[in-house]
Write a protein that binds this ligand. Sequence first.
Ligand SMILES: Nc1ncnc2c1ncn2[C@@H]1O[C@H](COP(=O)(O)OP(=O)(O)OP(=O)(O)O)[C@@H](O)[C@H]1O
Ligand SMILES: [Mg+2]
Length: 425
Amino acid sequence: MNLLVIGGGGREHAIIKKLKENPSVDVIYALPGNGGIAADAICVSDIGAKDIDKIVEFAKNNKIDFAVVAPDDPLALGCVDRLHEVGIPCFGPDAKAARIEASKVFSKNLMKKYNIPTASYEVFDDSQKALDYLKDAKFPIVIKADGLALGKGVLIPQNFAEAEDAVKTIMEDKAFGESGNEIVIEEFMTGPEVSVLAFTDGTAIIPMVSSMDHKRIGDNDTGLNTGGMGTIAPNPYYTKQLADECMQTIFLPTLAAMRAEGCPFKGCLYFGLMMTPNGPRVIEYNCRFGDPETQVVLPLLKTDLLTIMQAVENETLAQLDVEWHDGAAACIIIASGGYPGSYQKGKVMTFEDNLADNVVIYHAGSKLQDGNLVTNGGRVLGVTARADSLAQALKDAYKATNSVQFEGKYMRSDIGKKALAVLED
Ligand SMILES: Nc1ncnc2c1ncn2[C@@H]1O[C@H](COP(=O)(O)OP(=O)(O)OP(=O)(O)O)[C@@H](O)[C@H]1O
Ligand SMILES: [Mg+2]
């Protein structure tokens, strides 16, 4: 079979490595892929993940049997709809279903209409009205740009002055472009966060192993937000009892709501959850695998990924048994010095060839240049280890980070620390 994977980050590298385990896979093309993915797939670096016309043309010309559209942008732009139009089976939601991530106004209204627990909220398309509302609001409060904003469209002002700045940044300065035409202002919730990715064909749902991200750049959750500096799975806050509750109050109602709205969701649905004192609540949905959550979740998957993805596309997921490895996985992100602020690219990386069997290095921002792998992004690599326990996975992953060197290499030193403390309690 000829497969096509759209995207070029650590998430796509993890998906590709897993797809390759299927013996019927002949070739995988990655559009655009990256320097590290090039060891596992044929990268077509001049076709970007948002070049929908070129992607469809490429898929037609290269006899693609199955495509995986991994990032949010092409999903929101209707890449799956377009590939379906030319008869290519895909994994991922169509544009209508992708609104569950691409529009926070859509997802909040969906949750309200179908009684899915989430923070209470108001929507504004006028900055003056938003400010009038904020004058009497309780702080901290949460302000979100409606549309996609590279994970940066959420601001949590502590007082009115900060809220004024936030509204101005999003709605008037248009820091996130059209994404800020509307905003959601919502209640600030408290409690541990849990990410749950789930395979769904619109009706059946199979949640994957839960995970925990570490968003801030600095140790002990300090400093600026990033795309994610490390992940662990499973998330110890997510007990069996909470999982059962989420299935009944959140997962199944969300799928039913999407069907009722005429946009059944097929693909990987990402539930960003908060375990509040009043029970689990939805923070957000994403319409795709998370990055870097995928880099710890897929290594724990025992069942063949392509088989699952095909069952999602064929709407036969209910007939499938999906199995997971016991134990845990940890992923440490290695970033460029300076990230998430400005940083330099093009630093030559050296790799020692002595990785343990339970370790894998996923490339997020790398490229090949004159035969060398060089850095090409803020987040450069994800070093994942799978082991019998979280403590061992963390130890092995951190040890393996020593096998990579480049100028300015940065990583957090406390990934998984909070989770270990929960487990030791
Ligand atoms: N109502 C809330 N109460 C408390 N914290 C919140 C709330 N909403 C969002 N947050 C915090 O802000 C973060 C980002 O919010 P959200 O997940 O909605 O944004 P996003 O930009 O879609 O993120 P991602 O890049 O992960 O898709 C959350 O992980 C959470 O820490
Ligand atoms: Mg999101």
